[in-house]
Design a protein around this ligand. Structure first.
Ligand SMILES: CC(C)(COP(=O)(O)OP(=O)(O)OC[C@H]1O[C@@H](n2cnc3c(N)ncnc32)[C@H](O)[C@@H]1OP(=O)(O)O)[C@@H](O)C(=O)NCCC(=O)NCCS
Length: 375
């Protein structure tokens, strides 16, 4: 086969561009944001690490206050927008489908605060700032209860959980949630990020790039693996059933959700940290049992895939559901909560793509009918 017709299925191994946002070291099992190992960032405030990812540096105390104030002011949904969103959400679509449809609208009626960026960047930041309130609004609409009052807290994680539940979360809950969100901020040229870059490369608005990225994240091979991994744990039911379940999946070609990764050849470092968080927050017997089931599936999967050409291990999505569930986030809102963090990574990539843009346009190897005459 000549080089020009070699197909890189799934673009595996293709280096599509450079990036300085995050480094995924798949061989060593390490992840760095802007040069900092994620292990050294995971216990910081979410807004600090978000700032690092989007703007390139950790903020000092003054800048952190400014950014948190921005997210708080910009994050409030204008009343008209809130009403429209509630109506759309009542159609009962999955929260991710609703979010994708309304993402561009979220930048309407800009807030009376700015971070002094370009209009495109500001619009994207408004969308990101408003996602928590939009997610809480969808939740309220689906539960048919009024939305909760906009919290006074400037802290991202506290506001997020309060918007959803209408009660003040504990410090431990806020910290577990922010750590989880930090682990989901960015991850190289994953499918949704690459989607955002493709859309940006056409010079479409940044808000369109975010909306398209949400569509990609909604796929079960990508972000929605979080919801499916937890549903799988429910299906397995008991730790004792894990071996048989895994064996059946492998025999029938069914994927075990939350397992495997394109980049990692050893355990995903985020999975290790998420599992530790799950062990911390799982307190009620149901959650402890879910964790036991997942651990048993993990163990059985490692054992039964030893012979595979590629080392397969748990990824970020595998244990995450236990953390989210323990924080009171319903499983239908897992991927939306993932989007609320990853949106900042998408913005960093939109900015980077715009700085040195060339339209992303790969070639295809044609395998259809040879040229022929129409009758
Ligand atoms: C993440 C993922 C999409 C990566 O895909 P990829 O790099 O294209 O890898 P492939 O699907 O080609 O998998 C390579 C091999 O591992 C197997 N494999 C990969 N993930 C598997 C899984 N979760 N369960 C069972 N087998 C799996 C494949 O069947 C294939 O086996 P083969 O060599 O015998 O054909 C894939 O591992 C997957 O579908 N995982 C489950 C969904 C998931 O957790 N997504 C979240 C990612 S963060």
């Amino acid at each position: 086969m000549s080089e020009s017709t070699h197909v890189h299925k799934g673009l595996e191994g293709v280096i599509a561009d450079t990036t300085s946002v995050s480094l995924v070291d798949g061989a060593a099992g390490r992840l760095y944001y802007r040069g900092y190992a994620v292990e050294t960032l995971v216990n910081k405030r979410f807004a600090e690490v978000m700032h690092l990812v989007v703007f390139g540096e950790l903020p000092d105390a003054g800048r952190l206050e400014e950014v948190e104030e921005y997210l708080w002011v910009a994050g409030r949904l204008p009343p008209d927008l809130a009403r429209s969103l509630r109506q759309i959400a009542r159609h009962g679509e999955h929260p991710m489908a609703t979010l994708q449809s309304i993402a561009s609208l979220l930048a309407n009626e800009p807030p009376a605060i700015s971070l002094g960026r370009t209009q495109q960047e500001e619009e994207a930041l408004i969308v990101a700032a408003r996602l928590p309130a939009a997610i809480a609004m969808i939740h309220a609409a689906l539960q048919d209860h009024p939305e909760h009052r906009y919290p006074v807290s400037r802290r991202y994680g506290e506001r997020y959980l309060q918007l959803l539940h209408g009660r003040c979360p504990t410090a431990a809950e806020v910290s577990a949630f922010e750590s989880t969100q930090i682990l989901q901020l960015d991850h190289g040229f994953n499918a949704s990020t690459f989607t955002a870059r493709v859309v940006t490369s056409t010079l479409a608005p940044a808000t369109s790039a975010l909306s398209a990225a949400m569509g990609a994240l909604y796929g079960p091979l990508h972000g929605a693996a979080d919801q499916q991994a937890l549903e799988m744990a429910f299906e397995v039911g008991e730790p004792e059933r894990a071996r048989e379940f895994v064996a059946q999946c492998l025999a029938t070609g069914r994927k075990v959700m939350g397992m495997g990764h394109r980049e990692y050849r050893v355990v995903d470092p985020r999975s290790r940290m998420i599992r530790a968080l799950a062990q911390q927050v799982a307190r009620v017997p149901d959650h402890v049992k879910l964790l036991d089931v997942l651990s048993a599936v993990d163990e059985a999967f490692i054992e039964q895939t030893r012979e595979k050409r590629r080392t397969l291990r748990a990824n970020l999505e595998f244990y995450k559901g236990v953390v989210y569930l323990a924080l009171g986030i319903p499983k239908e809102f897992f991927t939306a909560s993932f989007a609320a963090a990853r949106v900042f990574g998408w913005i960093a990539h939109v900015i980077e793509q715009r700085q040195d843009n060339r339209i992303i346009r790969p070639a295809a190897h044609y395998v259809g009918p040879a040229p022929r005459e129409s009758v």
